[in-house]
Design a protein around this ligand. Sequence first.
Ligand code: HEC
Ligand code: HEC
Ligand code: HEC
Length: 86
Amino acid sequence: MKKTIVAMLALTVFAGTAFGADVIEMKRGVKFNHKAHQELLKDCSKCHEKGPGKIEGFGKDWAHKNCKGCHADMKKGPTSCKECHK
Ligand code: HEC
Ligand code: HEC
Ligand code: HEC
């Protein structure tokens, strides 16, 4: 019984690291709902070209190009400063 619980906990922790944080707090008050985007977009490579994990060169330029760019393309999601920067 105890062993099962330990195994289940280990699995949960593993899944947690493989999928990343649910909500990532970014600079200037941006709250990025990672989990919602994963579920919505299904495809990790939309943002992780080189596989899951930290994104090389992530920051203002990446975000304004990719986050805002996709919202504009899909006509869904915030595109104005204060919708992202609370
Ligand atoms: C809409 C964009 C987007 C999608 C889709 C996405 N991610 Fe992420 N992910 C990010 C961003 C942004 C970060 C933070 C990057 C940084 O700080 O370098 C991140 C970070 C991570 C991390 C690093 C750990 C962490 O919590 O900081 C992992 C692991 C990860 N993502 C896995 C995934 C997996 C697996 C999928 C697909 C099921 C996925 N991501 C889909 C944008 C996305
Ligand atoms: C490949 C497309 C795509 C990318 C890349 C993307 N988003 Fe989104 N995002 C969406 C869509 C589609 C919605 C609208 C969801 C809805 O209305 O149901 C959305 C909604 C949002 C919302 C409002 C809802 C919520 O989850 O709070 C915020 C804030 C947001 N995105 C921030 C970001 C940030 C920050 C990034 C970059 C780190 C990002 N998005 C990257 C497609 C994307
Ligand atoms: C789709 C969401 C989104 C929109 C719209 C957006 N930003 Fe950003 N912005 C971000 C993200 C995400 C970052 C990177 C945060 C990080 O590096 O942690 C960022 C970074 C920044 C930074 C750099 C912060 C720092 O300390 O490095 C500034 C300045 C900024 N944005 C201003 C603006 C202005 C002005 C607008 C409107 C013209 C705007 N942003 C629109 C999501 C957005």
